[in-house]
Structure formats: structure tokens, C-alpha cells
Design a binder for this molecule. Structure first.
Ligand SMILES: [Fe+2]
Length: 300
């Protein structure tokens, strides 16, 4: 099957207003007023009806990543391939079709238990995109939302699922010590792309699934000043900065990381590599970043 892009993320929170404020004052996302209500917050990054769907519930956590497929025919091919591979999936209910603003979709889980939704026909919004902050917008055209990094306790099993079943391609494999100590534990990551030029759309990090359900997700803005202004807004709003500014060695992204109201991180970056897959050879990076990206987990 050919997954085109990451189309949206679905998140649960106990406090919708907290996400509303964070999206507006820090990230610069536009609220879709006509879709949102007391229990649902729909946030826009571009022409699509939404890219973040936040629902009220009993916890603060990531729920699912939406993967877009190009049309009904490709969707049927995907379902047949999942059936042949003995992968369990469930058709979207009418309620979920309406909630995700798509023509149709299925839900499934990767071997680590991360929830995925494969759908097609995602609706556009009626109004043009206008950020509540002074930013031009987010880089999504032909590339999708951005990327997600999932935890996977059994890295290789989860990796083969994305490559062999969902049809992703390898972009990079990273294995480096966590910190300077000689006996520091190894960090292992697989980075994978789907059918668009973004260097990676899904990455897998060898670790137990965190309580927030996700390691991080990434959005990309149009220039480095917009990254800097984003960092200023995060600090002005007392958002925890999980990583300092830095440039990644694999997708070249200049970014910082901040904690979202649902506990996982949001990478806010610019200058991600758009790859020509015809001439690309898989990378094996020895370091995560050329400079910066000093991580500091929140104090618990
Ligand atoms: Fe990232």
C-alpha cells in the first residue's frame, strides 16, 4: 500500500481550554470554530478542515495518528493487504467518519500498540487559513502534517510492520549513547518515510510506551525567525522547553521541543530536508544533532 502522508493527530485531554490557549498563544494554530464544541477542539495548520483533533476524556494523552491514502481504490488495496497479512483492523463508524471529516477509514494498531487511522478524502475548511500568531503558516503542501515519533519496546518487530506491511521506506537508523557517561544506555531509533518528500513521517524509538502515549510530533514553519518567535512564545507562556534549539543531523531540521498540554512533546522546526527518493540511500547517523538539542525532561 502507499501511505501518502501523516494527515492529522488525535489527542485526549481533561482540559480543553488549556489546549485552546496553547494552540492559539504558543503554536499559532487556527481554531476551526464551526467544527469545535464543548468536547472537541479542531485546530488547523493549512487548508485542511483540521490537523489536530482534541477531545475531552479521562486523561491527557495522545490517541492516534491519521495516515492519508490517496483514494478509495488505494484504500481497498490497503485493506486487502492488511487482511492477507492477518493484521486486525476495524472500519470507521459513521460517528468517526464525521469526527475525522473523511470519506472513509479504518483503525488499527502497530505491534507496539500505537493507534493508527488510515483514511482518505479528508475535507478542506471553508475559510482560508489564518494563524492567530504572526506566522505565514505551516509547511504541509505535498508533505502532510509533519512527523510522529512512537515508542516501541520491541523495535525490530514494530519496524518490520511499517516497512513490510504499511509500505514505508527506511530513511535513517540511529544508535547513540544517551549522555556522556561510558556506560550510558544506548538509544535506538528507526526513521521512515512514506510517499512524499519529507525525510521521515514516522519514527520509532526503542522504549516502553510513555504515559502520554507519544514521544513527540513535529510541525514545520517557513523560516528560522518563526521558530525563534515560537520559542519566545513558549517561554512567555511558561511552557516547558524540553529541548534547546538545535539542528538534527538526519532531516536537517532546526527546531526546539516543548511540552504539550497532553504531556508529549511538540517539535517546532524549519528547514527539514525534502528528499528525492530516487537518488537517496538510507542513512545511519551517529549523532542526533549537529549542534544544540540539549534535552531537559520536566521535573516531576
Ligand atoms: Fe522529530
Amino acid at each position: 500500500m502507499k501511505i501518502e502522508s501523516l494527515s492529522y493527530v488525535s489527542i485526549e485531554t481533561t482540559d480543553l481550554q488549556e489546549w485552546d490557549d496553547y494552540a492559539k498563544n504558543v503554536v499559532g494554530l487556527m481554531k476551526n470554530e464551526s467544527l469545535s464544541d464543548d468536547h472537541n477542539l479542531y485546530l488547523r495548520m493549512d487548508e485542511k478542515a483540521f490537523r489536530f483533533h482534541i477531545q475531552t476524556g479521562g486523561s491527557k494523552k495522545f490517541i492516534a495518528a491519521g495516515l492519508n491514502i490517496r483514494g478509495k481504490e488505494e484504500f481497498e488495496v490497503a485493506k486487502n493487504e492488511l487482511t492477507s497479512a492477518n493484521i486486525e483492523f476495524a472500519d470507521f463508524s459513521d460517528e468517526l467518519i464525521a469526527a475525522r471529516c473523511v470519506e472513509n477509514g479504518i483503525t488499527l494498531k502497530d505491534p507496539a500498540g500505537n493507534a493508527l487511522e488510515i483514511s482518505y478524502g479528508g475535507a478542506d475548511a471553508d475559510e482560508p487559513f489564518l494563524s492567530p500568531q504572526d506566522i505565514k503558516g505551516f509547511i504541509t503542501k505535498g508533505l502532510g502534517f509533519g512527523h510522529v515519533v512512537f515508542a516501541a519496546p520491541d523495535l525490530e518487530v514494530a519496524h518490520s510492520f511499517y516497512i513490510d506491511t504499511l509500505g514505508f521506506g527506511d530513511s535513517d537508523y540511529m544508535n547513540f549513547p544517551m549522555g556522556p557517561a561510558p556506560d550510558a544506555p544506548e538509544v535506538k531509533l528507526h526513521f521512515m518515510h512514506c510517499d512524499n518528500p519529507r525525510h521521515h513521517t514516522v519514527a520509532l524509538y526503542e522504549s516502553p510506551i510513555p504515559p502520554s502515549g507519544l514521544i513527540h510530533t513535529m510541525v514545520e514553519v517557513n523560516n528560522v525567525d518563526e521558530v525563534g518567535h515560537g520559542l519566545d512564545r513558549a517561554m512567555q507562556n511558561n511552557v516547558h522547553i524540553s529541548s534547546s534549539l538545535g539542528r538534527h543531523s538526519n532531516d536537517m531540521m532546526v527546531s526546539f521541543y516543548m511540552q504539550t498540554p497532553s504531556g508529549f512533546d511538540l517539535e517546532f522546526g524549519y528547514d527539514g530536508w525534502q528528499v528525492d527518493w530516487e537518488t537517496f540511500t538510507k542513512q545511519e547517523s551517529k549523532i542526533p544533532s549537529f549542534w544544540g538539542h540539549a534535552f531537559s525532561p520536566p521535573e516531576s
